[in-house]
Design a protein around this ligand. Structure first.
Ligand code: HEC
Length: 136
């Protein structure tokens, strides 16, 4: 019992400690997304929103990502790593009702942008589901 607690605490701490920097920045060191006034986003994040729309993820996860037959992505992206997100969306969890999107060219191509958009929603930085492109 005690050992299990220690292990799960260690796992939890690792999860909290690592993403703090890793999640908010991409490889180039740029922010994952840029948002002004809660809904004006950079081009890549806008692409993520378009991908969300075109794949109709809202059918199961709700128009505001709040969850319907599928779980709330606002909540779940607080804990899923970018890699877990990627694997889940591309491979699906067929037995649990989450389809695979590996055959969807737009989703495969823009999985990082899709993640950025949803992460911004989950962080509370993007305050509404429908975003517009930031004039830069
Ligand atoms: C046909 C319904 C359906 C559609 C469409 C759908 N999902 Fe899901 N999704 C689900 C269900 C149900 C689950 C829960 C699977 C489980 O219990 O592990 C899920 C799980 C997930 C998870 C993992 C959440 C977790 O708790 O680990 C992510 C991330 C996700 N979906 C993202 C997406 C994205 C992004 C799209 C659009 C590209 C999408 N889903 C489209 C039904 C759907």
């Amino acid at each position: 019992m005690k050992a299990a607690f220690v292990i799960s605490t260690a796992v939890l701490l690792t999860c909290i400690a690592v993403p703090a920097t890793a999640l908010s920045d991409n490889k180039a060191g740029d922010p994952l997304y840029k948002v002004v006034d809660g809904y004006k986003v950079d081009q890549d994040t806008m692409q993520g929103f378009r991908t969300w729309r075109s794949a109709a993820c809202d059918r199961c996860h709700g128009p505001n990502q709040e969850g319907m037959v599928g779980p709330s992505l606002i909540e779940r992206l607080k804990v899923l790593t970018p890699e877990e997100f990627r694997i889940t969306v591309l491979e699906g969890r067929m037995d649990k009702g989450m389809p695979s999107f590996s055959g969807n060219a737009k989703v495969s191509e823009h999985i990082d942008e899709l993640y950025a958009y949803l992460k911004g929603r989950s962080d509370g930085a993007i305050t509404r589901a429908k975003v517009v492109e930031l004039e830069e």
